[in-house]
Design a protein around this ligand. Structure first.
Ligand code: MN
Length: 252
């Protein structure tokens, strides 16, 4: 099985090493095409107005000065000498649940793989909820191979990608897995922090306050907050089918 790895944290991110360890447990035909720099929050963007630079940084290992979407396209159309059987994106430093899904470059890497006809999964490791300020990838490394191989055994539609999030705890403390739906974050936690540079000019950081809300059961948020690996099947058709009928009768 040939596996293409990408991420949005960049070619030197510790989470990519974690993903290489996970993929190495499944196959010895593993390729990496990852962004040169941190592309977190890049979503499904691709580079159209600038040339793409790709650097070979090792055996079956490439760095692209672009987004995760660019990387998957470059992997499939340029870098690999044949199509992969699986695209894995991650392991992201930080969860990608609820509304994160549409901001996430990690999830977008899997979106692009799916669009190009390859089974694709995004993997993210939650952290920062009282267990330190750096991600500990042991839950992802410990449970990733089995989650992935069990998902591979399923016959999922080609329009489905899978979003996997590992909870913020050591591998042995994981409570199990939950198949979940995409939750909804409290946008009240979105904040803009103002700081000042050396010349007293203001600059800003956008971020989410890390806070454990009480999300409904069945959501990705609920699973990850309660120590479960969250497995969410996603598709790119964002059509609101319920509103379709109402719009049709009003405008029809
Ligand atoms: Mn990231």
């Amino acid at each position: 099985m040939r596996i293409l790895l990408t991420n949005d944290d960049g070619i030197n991110a510790p989470g990519l090493s974690a993903l290489e360890e996970i993929a190495g447990a499944l196959s010895d035909d593993v390729w990496v095409v990852a962004p040169e720099t941190d592309q977190s929050g890049a979503s499904h963007s691709l580079t159209l107005a600038d040339p793409l630079r790709m650097r070979k940084v090792g055996e079956r290992r490439f760095a692209v000065r672009g987004t995760p979407t660019d990387c998957v396209i470059m992997g499939l159309r340029q870098a690999l000498d044949g199509p992969p059987d699986l695209v894995l994106s991650g392991v992201n430093a930080g969860q990608n649940i609820a509304d994160d899904v549409t901001y996430s470059g990690t999830v977008a890497g899997a979106m692009e793989g799916m669009l190009l006809g390859v089974r694709s999964m995004a993997l993210s490791q939650a952290y920062g909820f009282g267990r330190g300020t750096r991600p500990d990838f042991s839950a992802a490394i410990g449970h990733g191979p089995e989650v992935i191989s069990r998902l591979l055994a399923l016959d999922l539609p080609p329009t489905t990608l899978v979003n996997v999030n590992f909870p913020d705890c050591p591998a042995e403390d994981v409570n199990g897995w939950r198949v979940t739906r995409q939750g909804k974050r409290d946008q009240g936690l979105l904040k803009v922090e103002e700081r000042h540079d050396g010349r007293h000019q203001p600059y800003y950081w956008i971020g989410f306050e890390r806070s454990l809300s009480t999300p409904p059961e069945g959501t990705d948020l609920h699973a990850v907050y309660n120590g479960f690996v969250s497995v969410t099947p996603l598709r790119l058709d964002l059509t609101d089918h319920e509103a379709c009928a109402r719009l049709a009768s009003a405008l029809g």
